[in-house]
Design a protein around this ligand. Structure first.
Ligand SMILES: C[C@@H](N)C(=O)N[C@H](C)C(=O)O
Ligand SMILES: [Zn+2]
Length: 260
């Protein structure tokens, strides 16, 4: 399988032509590197901890730096042999999305999604407790939120805005359905039970967390101890740069002034 598409010279993505920040050539769509990795790009949907789509997610596509995408492809190759697939929930995250999280956290009146995503943690604590970052590794392009799915993947049902919410740390049979394996909590469950090494997580869920972390660590990904799903590929291509171009398919077009 080809690892990444060739980037033609003298091109910029369409977003730059619309006055958006340009997408560096070091970024790629994950599906171009590995189309077998499942994608459920949550922040482009209604099913988020802020209660709707997040600023900057114009399309449900996973953008990453090429080294991070290639490392995920290597991990996926190992997992497919074991009957599993990776599923990404979030990849590159523009700074404007992080700013949206910060604005939401400063509004104590908005508790629409608390019952599912942070029933035991006040939203004022989410940054201090390490569940959300004001300067996120995701904005540097080499971080993913990811889980495991046992193949063949079962179909999932969409979240219906306004439906009754269930605690993300409830047993798997009770919480919002996900075709992933049991990790002990749902994605973006801001709770100590999501801490990767929490000793209350045992049995199959413990084995699943350890499998995910082990396979990704072997390919260079470092886990965030507060969240079993959050991994950063190291060394990072852009360790000090927080990008803000929107999340959308990379539609390359000739740069202004260049030959067609
Ligand atoms: C919000 C959650 N998915 C996440 O990625 N948290 C870390 C800490 C981050 O915001 O970088
Ligand atoms: Zn994350």
């Amino acid at each position: 399988m080809a690892l990444s598409p060739a980037v033609p010279p003298d091109v910029v993505p369409a977003a730059a032509a619309r006055g958006e920040p340009p997408v560096p050539r070091e970024f790629t769509e994950l599906r171009a590197v590995d189309p077998t990795i499942l994608q459920e790009m949550r922040y482009a949907t209604e099913h988020t901890f802020v209660g709707g789509p997040v600023d900057g997610y114009r399309e449900p596509v996973c953008l990453l730096t090429r080294p991070a995408a290639r490392a995920l492809h290597r991990a996926q190759t190992r997992l497919l042999r074991r009957g599993h697939s990776l599923k990404v929930y979030d990849c590159y995250r523009p700074q404007r999305a992080v700013d949206h999280f910060v604005r939401w956290a400063k509004d104590p009146a908005d508790e629409r999604m608390k019952a599912e995503f942070h029933p035991r943690v006040d939203k004022s604590r989410l940054f201090a407790d390490g569940y959300v970052a004001e300067r996120s590794g995701h904005s540097r392009g080499s971080t993913v939120d990811v889980t495991l799915v046992r193949l063949p993947a079962a179909p999932t049902r969409p979240y219906v805005p306004g439906e009754p919410l269930v605690d993300c740390a409830a047993p798997r049979e009770e919480r919002f359905p996900d075709n992933s394996v049991d990790m002990g909590t749902g994605f973006d469950c801001f709770d100590t039970l999501s801490h990767t090494d929490d000793p209350r997580v045992r049995g199959a869920a413990r084995a699943n967390r350890d499998l995910l972390r082990g396979v990704l660590a072997a390919e260079g990904f470092v886990n965030l101890p507060e969240e079993w799903w959050h991994f950063t590929y190291e060394p990072e291509e852009f360790p000090d740069t927080y990008f803000d171009f929107p999340v959308e398919a990379l539609r390359w077009r000739p740069a202004p002034g260049s030959a067609p």
